[in-house]
Design a protein around this ligand. Structure first.
Ligand code: PEP
Ligand code: MG
Length: 312
């Protein structure tokens, strides 16, 4: 029966008592953005731009980048589109960047940190995003990956706002989650990347199948960090989204909404199950489920506690 509810769900995202939650898609390029329009999503919560650059021997020109970004923006006319600047390095090295030899690439010069050695790459990309948005008549929301704290957030936001765009950062390093209020003071929105936030909180490689128990976003330590970020967002009156795969788990999605998360972005194939489940529970139930999960100290217990609340 749940399968029928899921199949029939067509959005928009809201709890049974009408609390709105944007259900969004993570995409890699124009092709996947157009494919996402076949799912019940309101827009794009994460465009991983580095995936369009990975096979390139040279940095794409600004003109080429404008065309790439327009494909994604134009897939959702009038919809929300969040574009992430390059998250290159670590498991996603770029051929046109000398990443150097790093003993621990996941802890190295990746994401926004590349700006220190290659500032022109970010400048070119922001110029291209601004032009793409202008040509499409869209509002551009741009966020940076791998931000460690407020100083990096402020530096990024200044670059984005000087081009007339809305500035956000990902919260995926524990330091940024712990200092969420100070980070939020510098930007217009944040989006929590639960894949890396879990990896760095638990000191467990997200690529390791053997460590799957530790890289489970239900880990209560991770949930506490997310809850702190959501609370800081509510205090600041700024949106807090989740764009890691935690947002694809219907039960965890309810817990995230109960903490105050206002948008959920993941692989579009998960959207209907998430939206349908949210539509079956009240915001008060979501809050109770969040409280129950936060009161545990193991991932399995957190999941079970939330399930027990939401089943009732
Ligand atoms: C994340 O870390 O949760 C995230 C959304 O970014 P990526 O998976 O691209 O690192
Ligand atoms: Mg990440």
């Amino acid at each position: 029966r749940q399968a029928e509810v899921v199949a029939a769900w067509s959005g928009p995202g809201r709890t049974a008592d009408g609390h709105e939650v944007a259900v969004l898609a993570n995409v890699a390029d124009g092709v996947s953005a157009r494919a996402a329009t076949g799912y019940p999503v309101e827009g794009i919560g994460l465009f991983r731009t580095e995936l369009t650059f990975l096979d390139r021997a040279d940095e794409p020109t600004v003109d080429e980048q404008v065309a790439l970004y327009r494909e994604v923006i134009d897939a959702f006319p009038g919809g929300k589109v969040v574009i992430r600047t390059l998250d290159a390095g670590s498991d996603k090295p770029l051929r046109f960047v000398d990443h150097g030899a790093e003993a621990n690439p996941a802890l190295g010069i990746r994401g926004n940190r590349l700006t220190a050695t290659h500032p022109e790459i970010r400048t070119n990309q922001l110029d291209a995003i601004a032009r793409a948005a202008e040509e499409s008549g869209a509002t551009a929301r741009v966020m940076a990956p791998m931000i460690a704290g407020p100083a990096e957030a402020a530096d990024f936001a200044a670059e984005v706002r000087s081009r007339g765009m809305i500035a956000g950062v990902m919260i995926e390093i524990p330091s940024a989650a712990i200092l969420a209020s100070a980070v939020l003071a510098e930007v217009d929105f944040v989006s929590i990347g639960t894949n890396d936030l879990t990896q760095y909180t638990m000191a467990a490689d997200r690529m390791s199948a053997e460590l799957a128990e530790l890289t489970d976003p239900w880990q209560p330590a991770v949930l506490h960090l997310i809850e702190g970020v959501a609370r800081a967002g509510a205090d600041a009156g700024k949106p807090v989204g989740v764009c890691g795969e935690a947002a694809a788990d219907p039960l965890l999605a309810c817990v995230l909404v109960g903490m105050g998360v206002s948008s959920l972005s993941s692989a579009p194939v998960a959207a209907a199950a998430v939206g349908a489940r949210l539509g079956q529970v009240s915001l008060a139930q979501c809050r109770d489920a969040a409280r129950a999960a936060l009161a545990t100290s193991e991932a399995a217990a957190a999941r079970a506690a939330a399930a027990a609340v939401l089943a009732g």
